[in-house]
Design a protein around this ligand. Structure first.
Ligand code: ADP
Ligand code: 5GP
Length: 211
């Protein structure tokens, strides 16, 4: 009984739970999280990952990613600065401890947009996030969205589609995700995401009111 009491007390003191958003490239994670951060200004904070890929038009260093060289990133990984890191579609990606701490220091809900390897690695940490999988309605629709986004070369697009196939299979594994959302109609998918996070959103709003 006391153990349960103290673990509840500790989690209440620790602030809101982070949120992991995962799912195939092109499933709509960035689109959904931008909507969330716009509607709930001052509630969420994005964990800015490191990557060795080049910025896309419109992306900003330090906001969307920290764009780094392979050598610099490897040195930081070797120095123990990362919570998790992975190789995806020919590039390195990783979540630094500093990225998560920067958000949590402000008592915001920390959002991590990471791939399936990241999900599995985060499960071995004590971060205790809510795991949300964003899935496309079908491979054909995913391919169309990725092509229409016009951000990938044909080779990269094919790599991402192969990774998507694996992701869609694994995400069905029972217990891996707390919520699986199929992003068919954007507003419906957004409503489901918001509903899944309402308890944590409420915690931040309450803390903001009393401070
Ligand atoms: P991810 O961050 O998962 O790689 P994006 O958010 O970049 O995916 O979405 C991929 C593309 O699909 C973008 O061009 C986006 O505008 C579009 N998109 C996202 N959700 C929908 C949707 N529900 N219906 C139609 N297009 C969508
Ligand atoms: P993109 O190049 O489209 O921005 O991202 C490609 C993939 O890398 C996406 O599935 C995205 O979720 C994932 N990703 C982005 N940042 C990280 C990270 O820090 N760690 C891991 N493991 N995956 C990441």
């Amino acid at each position: 009984m006391y153990t349960r009491y103290f673990s509840r007390l500790l989690s209440a003191m620790a602030g809101p739970r982070p949120v992991v958003l995962s799912g195939p490239s092109g499933a709509g994670k960035s689109t959904l999280l931008k909507k969330l951060m716009k509607e709930y200004d001052g509630v969420f904070g994005f964990s800015v990952s490191h990557t060795t890929r080049l910025p896309r038009p419109g992306e900003e260093d330090g906001k969307d990613y920290h764009y780094v060289t392979r050598e610099a990133m490897q040195a930081q990984i070797d120095g123990g600065e990362f919570i998790e890191n992975a190789e995806f579609s020919g590039n390195m990606y990783g979540t630094s401890r500093a990225a998560v701490q920067a958000v949590q220091a402000n008592n915001l809900i920390c959002i991590l947009d990471i791939d399936m390897q990241g999900v599995k690695n985060i499960k071995r940490t004590d971060l205790n996030p809510i795991y949300v999988s964003i899935q496309p309605p079908s491979m054909a629709i995913l391919e169309k969205r990725l092509r229409d986004r016009k951000t990938e070369s044909e080779e990269n697009l094919q790599r991402r589609l192969r990774a998507a196939q694996v992701d869609m299979e694994i995400s069905k594994e029972l217990g891996l995700f707390d919520v699986v959302i199929v992003n068919d109609n954007l507003e419906d998918a957004y409503g489901k995401l918001r509903d899944a996070l309402l308890v944590e959103i409420g915690k931040v709003k309450k803390a903001n009111m009393s401070s």
